[in-house]
Write a protein that binds this ligand. Structure first.
Ligand code: T6T
Length: 328
């Protein structure tokens, strides 16, 4: 009899081990929450951000509805935003606005429809949601892109021996992130009297355009020393043009964004420095801040900078660096 009671108790305690308690279970009220995530474009940066958001959503028991535009454009992103708002069941929405000005009105409409929002990676207005012209987003979570541009072009200056001609391959005007990277780069280059910026081109976020524009500059400036590619497709196209011209290692390239292709180009000496952002963190924190807001937290920081990992051929295989390489 005693043995049977003992086994019964043992079985019971084992079962209890697996019954979720209040600390392990997602908050019951979160179970009904639906969050919307609207990215900027289909690229490894946003795929990595999606992974971070999905992990946080899973842990909090939130349903995450993700939309990723095929190309970077206000006229593509706006109807997708409107459709997400029209669902009528989203409790929170975070997105990467594709234009500083063009996405203000569509987002104001979303907020007027009762959906609290925050921006990840890019911002609207001037990004200062406390004192700036646009204040309604709850927060701006993303890199300090002026700093990123400075890091990139100080690195480029080192790579070319602080003298010579350099060129910027950029994506689309009026995108908060890449505008600031160009600004930071230009500010950094002012410290180097022997470095000349010969020009900047916009490639419409298309690597093939970046490649042909760079090819034209390499022909026009045969003594070009360095190139700064401000994001995934800008650096990808510029690097390919350098390879096609047989100038790998001679023309130095700094790539923003740590895609697996950029890392291959780094190891192949086509690229000399890779600036890794932290999109996983941006996605994860966006969901966390959304949950905090819905839980009544009123002190969500209006600005959450996420930092960088600077990747070189010397540290690229170190685990604490390699972890920042983006998902495919
Ligand atoms: O560089 C990232 C992102 O930070 C930027 O806003 C847009 O381009 C990327 O997505 C890379 O393509």
């Amino acid at each position: 009899m005693a043995k049977r009671i003992l086994y019964l108790l043992l079985a019971l305690s084992t079962i209890l081990l697996f019954v979720p308690t209040s600390s392990t279970m997602a908050p019951a009220h979160a179970a009904n929450y639906k969050f919307g995530f609207l990215a900027g474009v289909q690229d490894p940066f946003y795929f990595t951000m999606q992974r971070g958001a999905e992990l946080a959503a899973k842990e909090l028991g939130i349903e995450l509805i993700t939309q990723i535009p095929d190309n970077w454009n206000v006229t593509v992103q706006t109807p997708m935003l409107d459709a997400m708002v029209a669902r009528g069941d989203l409790n929170f929405l975070f997105l990467a606005p594709t234009d500083k000005d063009g996405m203000v009105a569509p987002l104001q409409k979303a907020v007027d429809a009762g959906i609290p929002i925050l921006t990840v990676d890019t911002y609207i207005g001037n990004g200062d949601y406390v004192n700036g012209p646009v204040k309604f987003p709850l927060s701006y979570i993303g890199s300090d892109n002026v700093q990123g541009g400075e890091i990139a072009c100080n690195g480029l200056a080192d790579a070319i021996g602080k003298k010579g001609k350099v060129y910027i391959q950029n994506t689309i005007p009026n995108v908060s992130t890449t505008d600031q990277r160009q600004q930071g780069c230009e500010e950094a280059l002012k410290q180097y009297p022997d470095i000349t910026l010969v020009g900047t081109d916009y490639n419409n976020d298309d690597p093939a355009v970046a490649q042909s524009q760079t090819q034209a500059v390499l022909q026009r400036e045969p003594d070009l020393a360095g190139i700064f590619g401000t994001n995934v497709y800008s650096a990808q196209g510029a690097g390919q043009a350098v390879v096609n011209a047989g100038l790998s290692g001679k023309v130095k390239v700094v790539a923003f964004d740590a895609t697996q292709l950029a890392i291959e180009q780094l190891k192949a000496k086509v690229v000399d420095l890779v600036i890794a952002q932290k999109p996983f963190d941006m996605g994860y924190l966006a969901v966390e801040m959304g949950m905090a807001y819905l839980d009544g937290v009123t002190s969500i920081p209006k600005r959450i900078p996420t930092g960088y990992a600077i990747i070189t051929r010397d540290n690229v295989d170190q685990p604490d660096i390699a972890r920042f390489i983006y998902t495919k």
